[in-house]
Design a protein around this ligand. Structure first.
Ligand code: MG
Length: 271
């Protein structure tokens, strides 16, 4: 039996100082990402151990909205020099196999984006039309696939989020607000689609998925078992979830630990 553990990274398995909460002591923390010479993301020692020591029956698949460059900084999610053989990055627009993008996959996604007109050139005028407000600090493009705004959370009008979400949904873009980042994701770019591709490739019989944001929900829905972090955007926005998805009891970096404990339990159960 092969189990695929398909997991989001940020605020699910790995945490910044800002997102980890107050429950972990300094001694418990393990640095998993360094950026510009400084520790950027962490796991607890316990959850890093559990992740490193998943049995041979279990395949770990990182599934992240990070770009390749951002993903490759996260070296603490595996032991030694050998990263997981597959990774889903750019929210599913790119699949890395042995560190290299699978071209046929990204070509297929690109075609879908073009035929549905969900390409950045079509989005930018809409963004300018809706968001001339002073809460947009920066506009970023992620490797030509999607866009995110860095927003000033103090000034961001949360009460209008539903209105924005509905408007952009109608033109084929899903929105997600994570910390200071407001994402605009083409509907053809999903974590679930890329996960299914890898599931076939590795011949997995069972998928357990973990996540925290609205961009993780399709992944959790298409898995056999889903675990949602209690502190995340998906729980906060009262999104509809199916019965095979459970919510953690704990929040912050301790939710990450709870997720890894559950996954390790499954790995033993099916060994
Ligand atoms: Mg996340």
């Amino acid at each position: 039996m092969t189990i695929l553990f398909a997991s989001d990274l940020d605020q699910t398995l790995i945490y910044s100082r800002r997102s980890m909460g107050m429950d972990a002591t300094e001694q418990e923390l393990r640095e998993v990402e360094r950026y510009e010479g400084r520790p950027q993301s962490f796991m607890t020692r316990k959850s890093q151990r559990a992740l490193w020591e998943l049995g041979n029956e279990m395949v770990f698949l990182p599934v992240t909205t990070r770009t390749q460059e951002q993903y490759e900084r996260v070296t603490g999610i595996y032991e030694g020099e050998e990263p997981p053989s597959f990774a889903v990055i750019s929210n599913g627009a790119v699949i890395l196999k042995d560190g290299e993008p699978v071209e046929e996959w990204s070509d297929h996604i690109r075609q879908q984006c073009v035929s549905r007109k969900t390409i950045i050139e079509e989005l930018m005028p809409e963004i300018r039309r809706y968001f001339s407000e002073d809460w947009v600090l920066r506009v970023r493009e992620a490797d030509g696939w999607f866009v995110y705004l860095i927003v000033d959370r103090e000034r961001f009008p949360v009460e209008r989020l539903l209105e924005y979400t509905t408007a952009f949904r109608e033109i084929g873009w899903n929105m997600s607000l994570q910390g200071r980042k407001l994402y605009f994701m083409p509907e053809s770019i999903t974590k679930a689609g890329a996960m299914e591709y890898v599931k076939e490739e590795v011949g997995a019989d069972f998928v357990v998925a973990a996540g925290d944001s609205l961009l993780d929900l399709d992944l959790l829905e298409s898995a056999d078992k889903g675990i949602l972090a209690a502190h995340g955007e998906a729980v906060r926005s009262n999104a509809q979830i199916s019965s095979h998805i459970t919510v953690t009891d704990l929040k912050g970096i301790k939710a990450g630990e709870e997720i890894m404990a559950q996954v390790a339990g499954l790995s033993i159960q099916y060994r």
